[in-house]
Design a protein around this ligand. Structure first.
Ligand code: GLC
Ligand code: CA
Length: 557
């Protein structure tokens, strides 16, 4: 049976290649993870989500898998994984794996067989056509690539080296179930299911709208015709274990998410939605700080309200697919204040929080000198897809703001060489700001660091029934500078106030809070740190000034 254990927990996401190098070859690995399990535990999280650690040619850094039941030799082997799993469990940490079954690598033996011809047993494992339709891929040009061996085109919604599996083939679904069982039998606790809402394609593969670049085929593969049946089949396997299933749902709507998350045919426990990642239009529209707090709040509140009492939210601000959030929604000049404020803006919402490696120390975007320094396939495509009339410098600036590579630079452990990530030169650029205090070692020593603030928030969330279970309500949705939300359980409330402004702002309490007893639980500025009597939060009265990026949480009775 699947139970609800995940609701009280929080997770830490590891993108292993850049987490910690344990064997000195410049690449993060499971030896490094093993060394750092106590650190992860010390954050106050209860589990780990591993982005793919399987063998992969790394065309999409692990999301192109060539063997689902093994470990990439760069990262260790199955024995080392079992060691990590056992130690994580000893420490009370759950472990969830990434399940990437929309596509494989083109180097996967199934594809190598499939391309050999129509009478091969693997022939129908992928989607082959004599004539391609007009779909674009999300990552690399058109969605169809001609294969010289098979003399047909195969579908790839992502990169060329990521051919889409044919989920309509029952044999493919059996393979998926076998992968699930393999890891569940080993003792893992669940899966994050990659682009899972794309796995069922419209049988006829009709042409998409010609004028929508990148996503023109979307209506024919998002929440496709058999998706809920297939998901039920996979759920069936998972429910023989106490397994937690979290779907990634790019461009999912509340309505379609609720179909996965509720009812007798529920097939997922939670879903990562993307609405709140679009409060700046990083690829297509970036001019100068186009971030809109009102847009962000709308997205937050939409999901909080729609799922309340019916399903459960997966809360995140960062992962391996998005640039660093301080550089997007915060302010690098107010690194500490905006980094801690952003923590409060989402960790106290209703749902299960995810913290991405480096987010807890306030890592920020990297700005590489040339487009050729970037390695992420989607950044390279976006550079050549949008704003081609702009200068190279301007286009590069957009990549600085949007690239997934910014979240994939080596984790900054110390102020020493290579940020303590490795003894050897790391596989990818280290953000030079590790020398300016953006590292674990320095932040451990500082009681007011971003790191220690994350610890305080995660601890507070866990210790409070109001923050775990309470309902959500937003105040002043049109205020462009301040995000105010409430969590409430019976007659106890927590009120969270976050300033997204780099200037002092006047904040007032919602009307219903007038005259009620208020206790400050946490503030991201040290106590007594205000320099004048004016910048003092909400000392006695019902309104007051908040300092740049100040955030507070009150308990009110
Ligand atoms: C998901 C992953 C992303 C990957 C894509 C294709 O969105 O999070 O990293 O590139 O799927 O697998
Ligand atoms: Ca290594």
């Amino acid at each position: 049976m699947n139970s609800d254990w995940y609701k009280e927990k929080s997770f830490y996401q590891i993108w292993i290649r850049s987490f910690k190098d344990g064997n000195g070859d410049g690449i993060g690995d499971l030896y490094g993870v093993y060394e750092k399990l106590e650190y992860i535990k010390s954050l106050g999280v209860d589990g780990i989500w591993f982005s793919p650690i399987y063998p992969s040619p790394n065309a999409d850094f692990g999301y192109d898998i060539s063997d689902y039941k093994n470990i990439h030799p760069d990262y260790g082997d199955l024995d080392q994984f079992k060691k990590v799993l056992a130690r994580a469990h000893e420490l009370g940490l759950k472990v969830i794996m990434d399940l990437v079954v929309n596509h494989t690598s083109d180097e996967h033996p199934w594809f190598q067989e499939s391309r050999k011809g129509k009478d091969n047993p693997y022939s129908d494992y992928y989607i082959w056509r004599d004539k391609p339709n007009n779909w674009d891929s999300l990552f690399e040009g058109k969605a169809w690539e001609y294969d010289k061996v098979r003399k047909q085109y195969y579908l790839h919604i992502f990169a060329k080296k990521q051919p889409d599996l044919n989920m309509d083939n029952p044999k493919v679904r059996e393979e998926v179930k076998s992968i699930l069982r393999f890891w569940l039998d080993m003792g893992v606790d669940g899966f994050r299911e990659d682009v899972i809402n794309f796995i069922s394609k419209h049988e006829k593969l009709p042409n998409g709208l010609p004028f929508l670049p990148a996503v023109n085929g979307l209506p024919y593969y998002k929440d496709g015709p058999h998706i809920y049946e297939y998901m039920e089949e996979f759920r069936e396997v998972c429910s023989q274990y106490d397994c937690f299933q979290l779907g990634e749902g790019p461009l999912t709507t509340v309505k379609s998410a609720l179909k996965y998350l509720t009812g007798p045919k529920k097939s997922l426990d939670m879903m990562f939605s993307f609405d709140h990642m679009m409060a700046d239009c990083i690829y297509t529209e970036y001019v100068h700080r186009p971030f809109s707090l009102v847009k962000l709040k709308k997205a937050f509140t939409k999901w909080q309200k729609a799922l309340n009492g019916r399903a459960w939210n997966a809360l995140y601000l960062e992962n391996h697919d998005h640039p660093r959030v301080i550089s997007r929604y915060g302010d690098e000049k107010y690194w500490r204040a905006s980094g801690t404020m952003l923590a409060m803006s989402y960790l106290f919402q209703q749902g299960t929080p995810f913290v991405y490696q480096g987010q807890e120390i306030g890592m920020m975007n990297i700005r590489l000198k040339s487009i050729s320094d970037y390695v992420d396939v989607s950044s390279l495509t976006n550079f050549n897809r949008y704003h081609l009339k702009d200068s190279i410098e301007k286009r590069l600036e957009r990549i600085w703001h949007s690239s997934r590579d910014s979240s994939r630079t080596p984790m900054q452990w110390t102020g020493g060489r290579y940020a303590g990530f490795s003894k050897k030169e790391p596989w990818f650029y280290v953000n030079p700001n590790y020398e300016n205090g953006v590292n674990v070692e320095a932040e451990e020593k500082d009681p007011y660091s971003i790191l220690n603030f994350y610890r305080k928030c995660l601890k507070l969330r866990k210790s409070s029934n109001v923050l775990l279970w309470g309902s959500y309500r937003e105040f002043f949705p049109n205020d462009p500078h301040v995000y105010v939300y409430e969590r409430r359980l019976c007659d106890v409330s927590c009120l969270i106030i976050c300033s997204f402004s780099d200037k002092p702002v006047r904040v007032k309490l919602p009307k219903e809070y007038a005259g009620r007893k208020r206790k400050l639980l946490l503030c991201n500025y040290p106590r007594g740190s205000h320099s004048s009597g004016r910048l003092d939060g909400l000392p006695e009265g019902e309104q007051g000034w908040f300092r740049p990026y100040e955030a507070r949480i009150y308990r009110v009775q």
